[in-house]
Design a protein around this ligand. Structure first.
Ligand code: ADP
Ligand code: MG
Length: 429
């Protein structure tokens, strides 16, 4: 059954996109030249959308266009074009909310009818996940992402944002139902039951998958995290903050692809990032040419996790003191009454709650990448299935522990200790 496409929408090809660019004065000026002078290639390696690189005599750009269905699955799984609208609005909000507005690609144009965003082509960057697989260290990563997360999450929360604007925004983003539904099913539910789309390295992990699905503590914990996800409109989230949504080089860090964005718990974004650091960590054994030659890189990954949180927390603390202009924990109750201690106590509580969410969501995100529908290239690219299964089993053990025992941890350093001890011990298959 063919999908009905809305009036005015056309899914472009590498050929038709050239005329589209030529017909838009602003975009045409950016790349220069006539349609036949443009070089176009489609590079969407993601699961959902078309991504065109357009290069002309004067410059280049990216066109990202939503399709009315899930690309990975096909027309049998329709998906609203409106996700492009949320992606565009979140990119502009994140650019405004982060002090260094250049943490997201520059946006050149948005065409709502065609569900299309024209943006800066990051030609010198690679996807962070690919860097992790190659074992490349990025000296700016922890600082850039720690700041980005602290600023975008704090400044879109009730700690800072004008309440009328925030409520209007919560209403706006509540319409991103289809993308939230994907997360609600594929992250929080299906990995824990029999579901058609689940996959895992079989037969090596069969027993662990069965054990997971019968693990009552896990099932309760993941539903508690899901309840946080569906009920807590804390901040405007990116909501897909994995290492495939970050593009990097030695001098720069950019965050792309916030089409899942909505108002949810801050820890969902921070947790996703830590999940991806730890997935990368456990995958390294599968990428080593010789035993031990990824040890230094594993150390760097753990240190990066620690540094990311340190930067995040320090910036969050600063913003608490300097930009707490929203309706929550007002200064009138604390600083204005000479109660600096009260403010500190409230800050400590807020960070604690955010940390527990971070750990719980990190565990949830790890598990779903190992036994659910969408896996990560860090693991998938390990060719030997026995080796891959060993890496995945270790990551699964970590994910479970983070999810179930999230209240027991008090620092990212402790999570790193856990990762090291699971790696050294090795889960028995
Ligand atoms: P999807 O939402 O379909 O997953 P992404 O936004 O993740 O699409 O983009 C898919 C791929 O296209 C990315 O992995 C990256 O390789 C490339 N890409 C996307 N945006 C840019 C950009 N601004 N500059 C360079 N490459 C990009
Ligand atoms: Mg995407």
């Amino acid at each position: 059954m063919a999908i009905e496409t809305p009036e005015g929408y056309e899914a472009f090809t590498v050929e038709t996109i050239k005329n589209y660019i030529a017909s838009d004065a602003l975009l045409a000026a950016r790349v220069g030249g006539a349609p036949d002078q443009l070089k176009t290639v489609e590079v969407g390696d993601g699961n959902l959308n078309l991504v065109f690189i357009v290069e002309g005599p004067a410059g280049s750009l990216i066109i990202k266009q939503a399709l009315p269905y899930v690309r990975l699955i096909g027309e049998s799984w329709p998906l609203p074009l409106k996700r492009s609208y949320f992606e565009y609005h979140t990119l502009t909000r994140q650019a405004a909310a982060s002090s260094d507005g250049a943490r997201v690609p520059e946006i050149y144009a948005y065409d709502e009818a065609n569900a299309l965003i024209a943006m800066e082509y990051l030609s010198d960057h690679i996807i962070l996940r690919k860097g992790f697989i190659q074992g490349i260290a990025y000296p700016r990563l922890a600082n850039d992402l720690g700041l980005f997360l602290a600023e975008t999450l704090f400044r879109t929360s009730d700690l800072h944002m004008d309440t009328a604007r925030k409520k209007a925004d919560v209403a706006l983003y509540s319409d991103n139902v289809a993308l939230c539904d994907i997360t609600e099913s594929l992250v929080f539910t299906e990995p824990y039951q029999e579901a058609e789309l689940n996959q895992w390295t079989s037969p090596q992990l069969d027993r662990l998958v069965q054990t997971l699905r019968q693990d009552r503590d896990v099932k309760v914990a993941v539903q508690v995290m899901k309840e946080r996800f569906t009920t807590c409109t804390q901040s405007l989230l990116h909501a897909d903050f994995h290492s495939g949504s970050v593009m990097v080089n030695q001098a720069d860090t950019r965050v792309i692809d916030p089409e899942f964005s909505f108002y949810g718990p801050m820890g969902f974004d921070t947790g996703a990032l830590f999940a991806n650091y730890f997935l990368a960590y456990f995958s390294q054994a599968g990428h080593a040419q010789q035993a031990g030659d990824r040890d230094a890189y594993q150390k760097w990954l753990l240190q990066t996790a620690i540094d990311t949180w340190a930067t995040f927390e320090a910036r969050f603390r600063e913003l608490w003191h300097s930009e707490r202009t929203g309706i929550l924990f007002p200064r009138s109750l604390f600083e204005d009454q000479d109660d600096a201690m009260g403010s500190e106590q409230a800050l400590t509580r807020t960070l604690r709650s955010l940390f527990v969410d971070t750990v719980g969501f990190a565990g949830t995100k790890m598990i779903r990448r190992l036994v659910g529908l969408a896996h990560v290239e860090d693991m998938e690219s390990i060719e030997d299935p026995d080796q891959r299964a060993r890496c995945e089993a270790n990551a699964l053990a970590m994910g479970r522990e983070l999810l179930v025992s999230r209240h027991q941890f008090s620092s990212i350093g402790q999570l790193c200790d856990l990762a090291r001890s699971i790696k050294n011990r090795g889960v028995t298959l």
